[in-house]
Design a protein around this ligand. Sequence first.
Ligand SMILES: CC(C)(COP(=O)(O)OP(=O)(O)OC[C@H]1O[C@@H](n2cnc3c(N)ncnc32)[C@H](O)[C@@H]1OP(=O)(O)O)[C@@H](O)C(=O)NCCC(=O)NCCS
Length: 144
Amino acid sequence: MIIDNLKAQYIDGIDSINRLSFSDPWSKNLMEQELDNPNCYYAVGVDDGQVVGYAGMTVIADEANITNVATHPDCRQQGIGKALLGKLIDICIEKNFFLITLEVRKSNIAAISLYESLGFLVEGERKKYYSDNGEDALIMTRRF
Ligand SMILES: CC(C)(COP(=O)(O)OP(=O)(O)OC[C@H]1O[C@@H](n2cnc3c(N)ncnc32)[C@H](O)[C@@H]1OP(=O)(O)O)[C@@H](O)C(=O)NCCC(=O)NCCS
């Protein structure tokens, strides 16, 4: 697998992973707008020309917020999510960002395990954060 930046040629693959991974996925149009967003960074995993996963973050001042992380269902638990998020963490360190933070559903054990494996700690909760089912979010943060 190679890890690349976000490019137009990857949008279809990312859109398909989003639809397979999220109950309320970003639209393809929203993903396309990210191509012109100077405040975001993406790590796209590509294997044999196919997108196998991706991770994205937006940055405001010196704080990064993870917007999406997903691995294609056929490729999970092979270290791909960890490699992609690790790439975003490397960017944060290189650019001297202060912290990287995210919200995650309390029930999302796979994602929470991924974040914990990379040193994220639970710093708080947002009650009824997800409008589709009223689920609480955990706020997880890694400080540098
Ligand atoms: C969460 C997700 C991105 C993980 O991707 P992945 O490529 O399967 O993760 P990795 O193989 O890199 O695993 C990273 C760590 O998480 C753990 N993990 C991954 N899936 C797990 C699961 N289903 N149950 C328990 N632990 C799990 C791994 O054991 C690994 O820990 P380790 O390094 O200590 O061994 C993937 O499950 C996914 O796409 N889920 C749907 C989208 C989603 O929920 N995104 C997060 C939104 S906040």
